[in-house]
Design a protein around this ligand. Structure first.
Ligand code: SAM
Length: 302
């Protein structure tokens, strides 16, 4: 969320436009009834939502949900990790784009030092979240010199490290293909590693075992798109269903939710959207003509 776009004066959503925890949990229950097994809380920054552990508790209680996880910038984990764990969160991903503070700030444009994130990761481990997943987005000329240092810092069984190709999500990050460090190049920089089989069909990361048992993976959505295997539905904070990370528009679930639709009716709306989805942006980005603006990453969560 670059400050020149989302700075002071930015017109954020009014509170009543945002789904309540009860509304989120109800929609999650409907999604689970349709076969969804995994929910990830993301953002924006999910830990900025007050009392998020209460939403976690409601989601953790859903029958049929097998996996509940959260992606965070880690800035508030020291305070919140124990409550999130107690509420039933089982897994955690923390974004760490560099270990060197100047590089970290150049990537993220945030007002806190990387040390605070590292302390947050320690707090998460202490709260019982091992292994913590670490996401590093790799941008050429900005933080790619830290790839090996990150692999060294986050090796061992406490961590699962993911290197992510820098993606052209949204319109505000000034993306250029030249900024992307291809996953193959990242793997080459890490030296010899043992490839691991996917955990499940559609897993977005290609995984490897590090020499001491730790795991690293690469997510190559630019150089090797995986649209055909993508099963992710994204729900924005204001209740829009997006069928692709690169979509321009969502499908409104908030209006039916707030005007009396039953769970069965909500399920029918979701099913109707999902059945006809044809998204394959990452496979065809090079051939696409100029389109309407894409939704921002901060709305869709990654
Ligand atoms: C959008 S963030 C939201 C959650 C939280 N605020 C965080 O920082 O992790 C989710 C993930 O997307 C990653 N991400 C953001 N912009 C990206 C881009 N242009 N390409 C690839 N990954 C990106 C972030 O680094 C983070 O790991």
């Amino acid at each position: 969320m670059p400050k020149e776009v989302f700075g002071r004066g930015y017109d954020f959503l009014p509170k009543d436009a945002v789904l309540s925890f009860e509304e989120c949990a109800r929609l999650a229950r409907v999604f689970v009834s349709l076969g969804v097994e995994k929910v990830r809380l993301t953002g924006g920054e999910p830990l900025l939502r007050r009392n998020l552990d209460r939403l976690v508790a409601q989601l953790a209680a859903l029958d049929g949900l097998r996996d509940l996880t959260l992606t965070t910038n880690g800035s508030r984990l020291v305070e919140q990790a124990p409550a999130l764990r107690a509420a039933g969160l089982r897994r955690l991903t923390v974004s760490v784009d560099a270990l060197d503070d100047a590089t970290f700030r150049a990537m993220n444009d945030v007002d806190f030092p990387v040390q605070r994130v590292l302390r947050g990761i320690d707090a998460a481990l202490a709260a019982g979240f091992a292994p913590v997943k670490i996401n590093m987005v790799v941008k050429r000329g900005v933080n790619d010199h830290e790839v090996a240092a990150m692999a060294e810092r986050f090796r061992g069984r406490d961590f699962i490290l993911r290197f992510i190709e820098y993606m052209d999500v949204g319109n505000s990050n000034g993306w250029r293909l030249d900024d992307v460090v291809p996953a193959a190049e990242i793997i080459a920089r890490l030296g010899k590693m043992e490839p691991l089989a996917p955990n499940y069909t559609g897993e977005v990361a290609r995984r490897f075992r590090q020499r001491d048992g730790g795991e690293v993976g690469v997510i190559s959505s630019v150089t090797q798109p995986f649209c055909g295997d993508c099963t992710r539905a994204r729900l924005s904070a204001d209740g829009q269903l997006y069928t692709c990370l690169f979509a321009s528009r969502g499908h409104d679930l908030r209006t039916p939710l707030r005007t009396g639709a039953s769970d069965v009716e909500l399920a029918a709306i979701i099913r109707a959207v999902w059945r006809v989805r044809e998204d394959r942006y990452s496979e065809i980005r090079a051939t696409l003509p100029q389109r309407e603006p894409k939704a921002e990453m901060s709305l869709l969560g990654g």
